[in-house]
Design a protein around this ligand. Structure first.
Ligand code: SAM
Length: 289
């Protein structure tokens, strides 16, 4: 593939593939996947669906987390012998919570050109619609699956002011969100499920509300979660907005005046007295009796 005269060594291409919708593949990715001599794929059966859709007949070999080390050696030796290879993971960008790092590392050690072919990644896709600042963010990959480790990890990012992103499996999403709520407090959150697919769903709200949503607790599929960074100072809300928040809370669930005030104070950082005075005003309004 595109080797200049006298050049013996091939290249390694790290190619991003769709995270669901097969149309999300770039023209360049299709060309590279057609032109390379070999495609190394995390799961060859899974990737064949994409390759068949675009009539790409390039031979495939597997490289997944359990054979990454030995396969990387083999791939590097073949590239040194003159063939070019593309690596694709099951979905999105290789190395992002996916195999590929070891392959890149040893390719670089062997002075092989490693060429990125960019495309989708679930974290960037979710970030682009989350509505939180995205100029700086912290991507955590998958949270630790065990509760004690997960809570310890969450403690370590408690004061992080940047927008926080993590991946989560449907089996653990509710437990993870409960831990986030307990350790980081109530925050605005975006739960993006099945991005780019038929059942794409993007839920926004407070963790305390989202965690009880049936559509999250019973949902299947792939989740990317985005959290507002730690908040160090009160939000500015008008009296009408505070009233609206209190009324919304009372419409959603039966909750005492004291608990409603505490919840709004925790969510917003506003002064307790201010929220309490608004709550009393609402409770005393004639149309609430
Ligand atoms: N390399 C991929 C990337 O660039 O996004 C991530 C691979 S990681 C093994 C898979 C996880 O990414 C899923 O468990 C889910 O948390 C997230 N993810 C992948 N596809 C997604 C989608 N379509 N919608 C939401 N999250 C997704």
């Amino acid at each position: 593939m595109n080797k200049s005269a006298g050049e013996k060594q091939g290249n390694l291409y790290m190619v991003a593939t769709p995270i669901g919708n097969l149309e999300d593949i770039t023209l360049r990715a299709l060309r590279v996947l057609k032109e390379v001599d070999l495609i190394a794929a995390e799961d060859t059966r899974h990737s064949r669906i994409l390759l068949n859709a675009y009539n790409i007949k390039t031979p495939l070999i597997s490289l997944h987390e359990h054979n990454e080390k030995e396969r990387s050696e083999l791939i590097v030796s073949r590239i040194k012998n003159g063939i070019s290879i593309a690596y694709i993971s099951d979905a999105g960008t290789p190395c992002i919570s996916d195999p590929g790092y070891h392959l890149v590392h040893i390719a670089l050690e062997n002075q092989i050109s490693v060429i990125p072919v960019p495309g989708p990644s679930a974290l960037i896709t979710a970030l682009s619609v989350c509505g939180f600042p995205a100029d700086h963010f912290l991507f955590c990959g998958f949270l630790p699956p065990k509760e004690n480790k997960r809570r310890r990890f969450l403690e370590s990012i408690k004061d992080e002011e940047k927008t926080i992103i993590f991946y989560e499996s449907p089996a653990r999403i509710i437990d993870a969100l409960k831990d986030v709520y307990d350790v980081l407090g109530d925050r605005q959150i975006v739960v993006a499920r099945e991005l780019t697919k038929v059942f794409e769903e993007i839920k926004r709200g407070w963790i305390s509300d989202i965690v009880t949503e049936r559509s999250v607790s019973k949902a299947k599929g792939e989740f990317t979660v985005i959290l507002q960074g730690a908040f160090h100072g009160p939000v500015s809300l008008t009296d009408d907005e505070i009233q609206e928040k209190l009324l919304q809370l009372w419409a959603e669930r039966t909750i005492s005046l004291r608990d409603a005030v505490a919840e709004i104070v925790r969510r917003t950082g506003l002064s307790r007295k201010k929220v309490y005075d608004m709550a009393v005003k609402i409770r005393q309004a004639p149309d609430r009796n």
